[in-house]
Design a protein around this ligand. Structure first.
Ligand SMILES: [Zn+2]
Length: 475
């Protein structure tokens, strides 16, 4: 049995692992590469396997860097099954339809305006690759993909009757996120257990539950996004959010929160809902300016069985955690543009790394005002506008314009949807000494190597940091 790492190797995007058991070929995730041009270019490379021969894809969760290349596979003839939880299926559809639309729009702008195009693209990159940025897939490809889904609950062992049994477990990362346990009978007749962490969540997240512990494995494929860092405590982070909101209220400035449509937005709404209902904060208008986030919130409402106890208790008391006085949902682009004249408001808009979407307009209009507060609540990939702002750059290029940054930039790591170094090590310790090897993926190179070295020393288990398309035999 062989495994080939076809993405998220020494980098944080493009998650995709290919396993061939001899009888069954499957992928765990098939996500898009995001960030700098030379990384995004990889989305246009041929797959290092034949898409028509893949029997199944296990999708750990709905983030674009985990599902973004599946429609390309479908376009290239993949007709196997896609296995995930119900919320992952629904959220992935929202994410991918949105991506198809954005790609088409950005391509059309290029076709019309030539090199000048893609104001959205220019938000994040120097933009020399427009010619190659034909849409990767269409809305039709995504619709076709939807038909291939099979959904399973957490905790159910499923025998595929081809020497492979699997079980989805709660990864605690975003709604519906899963880690996957596989029991594979190799051609030599041995049973081997392989566990994929997926993206591992931070214990104590609001709404969703903590990551499950897994007890045994021969091989573990573990993410390490924050393998070198410790997050601030959640309660401290929540208090920090409250004090920034209050400070901005006093200064009469706007608060911009670039947010990932799934999970982070709902967590923010959940916290602000509690501030407002517990009268910790004077009423403040909050604009949720992200149609995708609104759609994702609808999916959250649909699956309360995936919530943790606290969120369920709120629901039982009749409090809708995603709705409170002062919250306005913005749909059309015209309405969004009208927000330019507002002050003393909170604007939550995508995209989370400021690589496109409506947040880019708001940054252009507000970031040069000293009383603007910008709050980052998620990981910012190298090369994105978000990373530049977090790094403290004082001049950034936004939509083809040089803009001076005079607003105040805050980073609230405690809202991260990812486990930190301590959480990752705690999760790995759950395996005891059973793994023959732990593969470290989904982290920048230095972080991945550092984390792998630490784990090797601490647990006395062999580790490896695979390179792109590197293949290993799982004996
Ligand atoms: Zn993720």
């Amino acid at each position: 049995m062989n495994i080939k790492f076809c993405g998220a190797t020494r980098t944080v995007t493009g998650s995709c692992s290919y396993i061939d058991t001899g009888k069954f070929k499957f992928l765990v995730d098939c996500g898009a590469f995001q960030g700098k041009d030379d990384i995004e270019k990889l989305n246009y490379e041929p797959f290092p396997f034949n898409p028509t021969e893949i029997d199944a894809i296990f999708l750990t969760h709905a983030h674009f860097d985990h599902c973004g290349r599946i429609p390309i596979l479908v376009k290239q003839g993949f007709r196997g099954r896609i296995i995930s939880t119900q919320p992952t299926r629904d959220l992935a559809m929202i994410v991918l339809l949105d991506a198809a639309k954005l790609q088409q729009e950005s391509y059309e702008r290029w076709s019309v305006k030539g090199k000048e195009v893609g104001q959205y693209r220019d938000a994040s990159s120097e933009g020399t690759l427009y010619e190659q940025r034909k849409p990767l897939f269409s809305e039709e490809d995504v619709e076709e993909m939807f038909r291939l889904f099979e959904v399973y609950p957490y905790g159910a062992s499923v025998d595929l009757h081809n020497g492979v049994e699997f079980r989805l477990r709660d990864a605690g990362h975003i709604l519906g996120s899963a880690m996957v346990e596989f029991w594979v009978t190799t051609e030599a007749g041995r049973e081997r257990k392989i566990v994929f962490s997926g993206d591992l969540g931070q214990p104590g997240a609001r709404i969703i539950r903590d990551p499950d512990m897994v007890r045994e494995a021969d091989y573990v494929i573990c993410e390490a996004t924050y393998g070198n860092r410790l997050h601030k405590n959640k309660d401290e982070t929540v208090l920090e959010l409250l004090s920034i909101l209050k400070q901005a209220q006093e200064e009469g400035g706007n608060i911009l929160i670039p947010s990932f449509a799934i999970e982070r937005t709902q967590e923010l709404l959940y916290e602000i809902n509690l501030f407002v209902e517990n009268k910790l904060l004077d009423p403040i208008p909050i604009y949720l300016d992200s149609p995708m986030a609104s759609k994702a919130t609808a999916v959250f409402r649909q699956y309360p069985t995936f919530y943790d106890e606290d969120a369920r208790r709120l629901l039982d008391k009749g409090d809708d955690p995603f709705n409170f006085p002062g919250l306005h949902t913005i749909e059309s682009a015209e309405e969004s543009k009208r927000l330019i004249n507002k002050s003393g408001v909170v604007i939550i808009a995508g995209s989370g790394m400021c690589t496109g979407g409506r947040i880019v307009h708001h940054i252009k209009n507000h970031i040069s005002k000293p009383n603007t507060h910008m709050i980052f609540v998620g990981y910012q990939v190298d090369g994105t506008l978000g990373r530049r702002l977090v790094n403290g750059e004082k001049n950034v290029r936004v939509m083809n314009q040089d803009v001076e940054v005079r607003g105040q930039i805050h980073t609230l790591g405690g809202f991260s949807a990812h486990a930190d170094q301590r959480d990752l090590r705690y999760w790995l310790r759950g395996f005891g000494h059973t793994p023959k090897k732990i593969f470290v993926t989904h982290a920048d190179e230095e972080i991945a190597i550092g984390f792998a070295t630490n784990v090797k020393t601490e647990l006395n288990i062999e580790t490896d940091v695979p390179k792109l398309n590197e293949e290993f035999e799982l004996k």
